[in-house]
Every structure is written in C-alpha cells, then in structure tokens.
Design a protein. Structure first.
Length: 209
C-alpha cells in the first residue's frame, strides 16, 4: 500500500491525494489505444494502493487522443461507468484550452475555455465530476487574469470544482492566483520538454498556497 499522501492547495486544500499521481495520456495517445481492460486494471491498482482516506490524482486531457481527439475522455467515462465505486476515491484533473484546428495553439479566451469545459463535461457523460480544469499552456495572447476569471465564472456555474495551471512561470502563477486560488500547478521537467514559461521560475520560487 502506498502511504505517502499530501493535501492539494487553493480551494482543494481539504483534498488528500497520493503523492504519486497517474497520468493517463499514454493510454490513448497512439493510433491504437491501449485496451480498456489493461487501462482499467492499471487505474484500479493505483487507487487500491492508497489509504482509504486518500484519492488517486488522475491526470487526463481533452485532446489526449490520436490527432488530438477526445479518446482519453471517452476512456475515462467508460472507466467510471463500469466502476462507479471509484468516483469518490479519485480526483480528476483535465487539461484543455487548446485550439485543435490546424496547428495546435493555446486558447485561453472566454469562448475557447467555455467550449473546452463544455466538451469535457459532455464526453464525461456525467460519470465523474470535473474536479479540476487547467489550461494546458499559458495563452500568450490573452492576459492570464482574464483566463482565470473565465474559469472562476465557469466554476460558479457548476461546470468544474477547482482551477489549476500548467507550464507557467512563478510570476504568471502569482497573477492567476490573485484572481482565484490555484489548487494545482503542473510543470514537466525532462530532457524532452521544458516549456519557456516554466523556465522563468523554479518550483521553489512559487507561492505557498
């Protein structure tokens, strides 16, 4: 059993999750997705390894399918449809806010975020709440304050529960957090991907929640 747990931040500070989360992108990213049975067993194993009072942090994406399709969301919906007993034992974070027509580009506009959040909820089919939404990248053409304010409005409408940020600098995080508490920050640091925004601020320079 995995014992290491932690609390999330912001409006999710009362949520206890395992320190090791489960990224779901590789399950559906390829032209031939991993079979449901194999995906489901992997997800279940992670959940069942946690203490009863902790949730498994599941990280999916609106566009985590071949050719940026919604295959990932559809797989997640099928999992919770088959295993509704795991709904309350998971914390579902979904990345969105991407223009998928032509060359993918960040879209933090009010219209783009409304489209993204609505599509995510449509594909989840009510099987699981959208616990947290985060823009996959910071939109350089939209002030981060405007994007976070839009998400706060969508939260007040019941379309999502918490707000996160991804691949952002410490300064961008501070600006977003002033508009609405940020519960989760996701930054990939690897030899293959280290986004310009993230390079502008080390994790230890970021604000306490």
């Amino acid at each position: 059993m995995t014992r290491a747990t932690t609390n999330l931040g912001g409006t999710a500070s009362d949520v206890v999750v395992g320190k090791v989360s489960h990224g779901l992108m590789s399950m559906t990213w390829k032209p031939d997705p991993v079979p449901d049975g194999q995906c489901f067993e992997a997800i279940k194993a992670g959940i069942e390894a946690l203490p009863p009072d902790a949730k498994m942090f599941l990280n999916g994406g609106e566009f985590y399918g071949h050719n940026l399709s919604t295959t990932n969301l559809e797989m997640i919906a099928r999992f919770f449809e088959k295993y509704p007993e795991f709904v309350d034992r998971t914390f579902l974070s979904i990345k969105g806010g991407l223009k998928t027509g032509g060359q993918p580009q960040p879209d933090g506009s009010p219209e783009g975020l409304l489209r993204s959040v609505n599509l995510i909820n449509e594909k989840l089919r009510g099987t699981k709440r959208l616990d947290l939404f985060q823009c996959a990248r910071v939109d350089p053409n939209i002030p981060v304050e405007e994007s976070i304010a839009t998400l706060a409005t969508l939260k007040s409408q019941g379309k999502l529960d918490h707000i996160g940020m991804s691949e952002c600098s410490a300064e961008t995080l501070r600006r977003g957090h002033k508009i609405h508490p940020i519960s989760v920050v996701e930054i990939e640091v690897s030899p293959f991907s280290y986004e310009p925004q993230a390079r502008q601020g080390r994790p230890d320079a970021m604000i306490d929640f």
